[in-house]
Design a protein around this ligand. Structure first.
Ligand SMILES: [Zn+2]
Length: 151
């Protein structure tokens, strides 16, 4: 079978597939599953390609590495000494892209939740936060399987 992607695109796709299974994303999935949430992974058609979405609830989750996405925390401000300007410029670009994606998603009616890597160390706090997010989302949107009143 011929590859539909050219070489560069293919390696970008593969990098994303691999990055899907990083520790923080796996932990987010595990925690949501434990809370009984049903979700889908990486909707390529949505702005910013959220790491995880709950379409019925219109919830989009991003798991962000603190350095790469410029989190205002100890881990996020640790810039490598070599090629400092290069890394900083990259972080600025990522932040701008994240902001655009969040704005586009919000405009389309999605609620965007960003989970920072540093916030995942405390798994109990993460679980409590996700439970609160799910409860809020459930209050906003009726369950998708409610029978329609009239067809
Ligand atoms: Zn952080």
């Amino acid at each position: 079978m011929t590859d539909v992607y050219d070489k560069a695109k293919r390696s970008a796709v593969m990098a994303r597939v691999k990055s899907r299974d990083t520790g923080p994303e796996r932990l987010l999935r595990k925690t949501l599953t434990a809370l009984g949430a049903r979700y889908r992974l990486q909707r390529q058609d949505l702005p910013g390609k959220p790491d995880l979405v709950m379409p019925g609830r219109k919830l989009a989750f991003f798991v962000h590495g603190c350095f790469w996405h410029g989190h205002d925390c100890a881990r996020g401000s640790r810039v490598p000494k070599a090629n400092r300007d290069y890394w900083l410029a990259k972080v600025v670009r990522n932040r701008a892209r994240d902001l655009r994606a969040a704005q586009a998603l919000t405009a389309a009616g999605w609620r965007v939740e960003t989970i920072w890597e540093c916030q995942m160390k405390d798994t109990e706090a993460l679980k409590a936060r996700l439970a609160a997010i799910l409860a809020q989302a459930a209050a906003r949107t009726p369950p998708a399987n409610t029978p329609a009143k009239a067809l």
